[in-house]
Design a protein around this ligand. Structure first.
Ligand code: TRP
Ligand code: SF4
Length: 401
């Protein structure tokens, strides 16, 4: 790709993070941060689209959420951590993209009607809520991020982002005499490379050969002799007759790590069945001890069936095969009691949380550390965002300097 490979993702600050966030999102971020340059941000404006009547919820959650990230192992020396509203360029790009985005694209996003239905207690018949996937598109496009780790529900947003980028490049990537300039640039590759480029381009354009496209992109990547403008043209020329200003991202689907809640449903704040990241150990013990189990086990001597027990779901997440075997046999033969069965789960959760408490402690002792990490991340993010905005303003005819 013409632009450095980047990962971007955001999270809404609307309450304490729980084990569902840890297993579903944060563990994935921690893995990605050593593989790619990563940008992770607090989506405070996004939170306002649903919590505009209770902004205090957001304010209270922002720093706690960042501490939870750090506790989970997100490393500020590897990843760039920032707050959306501190990079106001997101809003500028959102505004500019809004000009040419068809209303239908927003109305058709599946989460739109869904959420209005689901969150009945809130009035979401607002302009901000309708526009929220476009704000998300701006978040992604402003960093020219190729990879966006999201859950399944967010995939349509990334799809729409691709369409927004494509449309933008189509509308504003036009250049007088593009084709002639591109053909001139091909020559500058040197005859051997120029021939290969031409062949790969045809293979992609006429036969849809994606592999050829990748090879041609790699070839351009290596071509030292090109100016920035020519390079841009040749990347665009591969796929059509436009310059590429905004990069189409891909959703990086997090494999569905379904973290069960205390009642056996999916763990979610709205079900009130969560265990928080950095929850008090005694409270964790109490919560697990009072979890419902297979209703057939009224007495200690009644045999049970793990398939009907919410706690078994936790063993699937936390226990090794031999412990799982011990549970199955012990449950079905009434060889073990439910409290006994719960102990390994309690131990595993406490063990998982131990390093999180330890990592969080320094930030709790000195909150200025967290503020410094975010200030630094905001600076870094802003530099990248400003670079993109320079290009965007230029092609939209807004560079009046
Ligand atoms: N919409 C996401 C959510 O509700 C949060 C988010 C905002 C996001 N902007 C993003 C995620 C950009 C990925 C990329 O969870
Ligand atoms: Fe659930 Fe374990 Fe009790 Fe069986 S023994 S019902 S798996 S808690």
């Amino acid at each position: 790709m013409m632009f450095a490979e980047r990962v971007l993702s955001g999270m809404r600050p609307t309450g304490a993070l729980h084990l569902g966030h840890y297993h579903g999102v944060l563990k994935n971020w921690v893995r990605l941060q050593s593989e790619y340059p990563c940008f992770f941000f607090v989506a405070d404006w996004h939170a306002l689209t649903t919590h505009y009547e209770t902004p205090e919820v957001i304010q209270d959650s922002v720093w706690e959420m960042v501490i939870d990230w750090l506790a989970a192992g997100v490393d500020p020396n590897q990843a760039t951590l920032f707050i959306q509203s501190r990079v106001p360029e997101h809003a500028e790009l959102f505004l500019l993209l809004a000009m040419g985005t068809p209303l239908g694209w927003l109305e058709r996003v599946p989460t739109y009607k869904d959420q209005i239905e689901k969150l009945k207690e809130k009035d979401l018949q607002t302009y901000g809520f309708l526009g929220y996937p476009l704000l998300q598109a701006a978040d992604i496009l402003i960093y020219r991020a190729q990879h966006v780790p999201v859950g399944e529900d967010q995939v349509p947003h990334v799809e729409m982002t691709r369409e927004v980028a494509r449309r933008f490049n189509y509308l504003y990537g036009r250049e007088l005499g593009f084709e002639e300039k591109a053909l001139e640039a091909v020559k500058k590759l040197g005859s051997k490379r120029a021939k290969m480029y031409a062949e790969l381009r045809i293979a992609f354009q006429e036969r849809g050969d994606e592999e050829a496209l990748l090879q041609a992109q790699a070839l351009l990547q290596e071509a030292q002799s090109l100016s920035m403008a020519d390079r841009e043209r040749l990347f665009g020329f591969l796929e059509g007759s436009r310059k590429i200003i905004l990069v189409e991202p891909q959703a990086l689907l997090t494999e569905a790590a379904r973290m069960p809640g205390l009642d056996g449903q999916k763990m979610s704040k709205s079900y009130g069945n969560t265990i928080s990241i950095r929850q008090d150990p005694e409270e964790i013990t109490r919560l697990v001890k009072t979890m419902p189990t297979d209703p057939a086990r009224v007495r200690r001597t009644d045999p049970g069936d793990p398939a009907r027990c919410p706690l078994w779901q936790f063993h699937l997440v936390y226990s090794d095969p031999s412990t799982q075997e011990w549970v199955k046999t012990g449950c079905q033969s009434a060889g073990i009691g439910c409290l006994e069965c719960k102990q390994p789960v309690i131990d595993a959760i406490l063990k998982e949380q131990q390093p999180m408490f330890e990592r969080a402690q320094q930030y709790l002792d000195d909150p200025s550390l967290v503020k410094a990490i975010i200030a630094d991340g905001c600076d870094k993010a802003r530099k990248v965002a400003q670079e993109t905005m320079r290009d965007v303003r230029e092609v939209m005819g807004l560079d009046f300097d």
